[in-house]
Design a protein around this ligand. Structure first.
Ligand code: A3D
Length: 313
């Protein structure tokens, strides 16, 4: 069987880390694309030279030419600026929308059948723009945020209780902003509701930390944003597609009536398999969770309106 091909647009911190994880996990050959000359080629060579040690046999190529992504089974976009201390994700809207327009054209022309995962921020606007610019069907275009935000929630709960992260399940839904919605009613520890183990007051502190977790890393790093965990999260989504696993993962999916919303992308649980986004799974939410999701969805719609203004629509 021919190896799968994974195209990574943006060979920065997340792009390089995703290439490494994809190679180690044996997911296929990797093409790293960037506009900076030498950067993707240098990272590809460095990664290739680690192959005999790990070991992995993946071919890792660096390029500044979109033609090299032809035939990609999956494409993940991290091209764009990352935030620095004091910036919100929304502050990246203007500059990253220009980059996303350019990147979408490169993908549309060279990998029209690829499964496309967007990571660039502000995520909910960038995935919307990519859909408009590529014309891809909703099944083949998705945004990564919820896998990361949920992993942060799970990490903090596991740290609090001193249990394995594998024993903690949780979903964070909504937009990828500070008003994202940790779904407490779906958070379990060893299969039991989280509130059996943690007081409501303490859980609220953990949820607040989860919402602001991206900013916490930015404040510590000072020069950019989180990349190890976002890279792992995007590769997890790609793997569920490439291996037709059908994992139910929280991701930004295009909604047509699910959860009562239509016509925009929002973080919801979705089944990812060979068909791409095969189904949006509708959970029963508590009244408070639905209210919080409405607020988050309204922020996403404001963000898309701001995008339209920038684009002159
Ligand atoms: P960084 O290390 O700066 O890499 C970005 C790369 O994009 C750089 O190598 C640039 O040269 C490249 N680039 C810029 N313009 C273009 C272009 N037109 N075509 C191709 N490549 C280009 O950033 P990073 O890897 O840390 O983060 C990448 C993006 O992901 C940023 O927008 C972050 O805000 C975003 N991000 C999203 C999440 C989510 O959970 C959604 C988490 C963390 C970061």
């Amino acid at each position: 069987m021919a190896r799968k091909k994974i195209a990574l647009i943006g060979a920065g911190n997340i792009g390089g880390t995703m290439a490494h994880i994809a190679a180690i996990r044996g997911l296929g050959d990797v093409v790293l694309f960037d506009v900076v000359e030498g950067l993707p080629q240098g990272k590809a060579l460095d990664l290739t030279e680690g192959g005999p040690i790990e070991p992995f046999d993946a071919t890792i190529t660096g390029t500044n030419d979109y033609k090299d992504i032809q035939g990609a089974d999956v494409t993940i976009v991290t091209a764009g600026l990352a935030r620095k201390p004091g910036m919100s994700r929304d502050d990246l809207l203007s500059v990253n929308s220009k980059i996303m327009t350019e990147v979408s054209a490169g993908i549309r022309e060279n990998a029209p059948d690829t499964f496309l995962i967007i990571v660039s921020n502000p995520l909910d606007a960038m995935v919307t723009l990519a859909r408009r610019e590529t014309g891809f069907p909703k099944e083949r275009l998705v945004g990564m945020a919820g896998v990361l935000d949920s992993a942060r929630y799970r990490s903090f709960v596991a740290m609090e209780l001193g249990v394995s992260v594998e024993s903690v399940q949780a979903m964070v839904l909504g937009g990828h902003g500070d008003d994202m919605v940790p779904i407490r009613s779906s958070c379990t520890v060893g299969g039991a509701p989280v509130l059996k183990f943690i007081s409501e007051e303490r859980l609220l502190e953990i949820e607040t930390r989860t919402r602001k977790a991206g900013g916490e890393v930015v404040a510590l790093l000072k020069t950019g944003s989180a990349y190890y965990s976002p890279a792992t999260a995007a590769i997890r989504m790609a793997e569920s597609f490439l291996k037709d696993k059908g994992e139910i993962l929280p991701c930004a999916a295009y909604l047509e009536g699910e959860y009562g919303y239509s016509g925009f992308y929002l973080g919801v649980p979705a089944r990812i398999g060979a068909g791409g986004v095969e189904e949006v799974i509708e959970f029963d939410l508590t009244d408070d969770e639905k209210k919080a999701l409405d607020e988050s969805a309204s922020h996403v719609q404001d963000l898309v309106a701001a995008l339209d203004k920038i684009l002159g629509n």
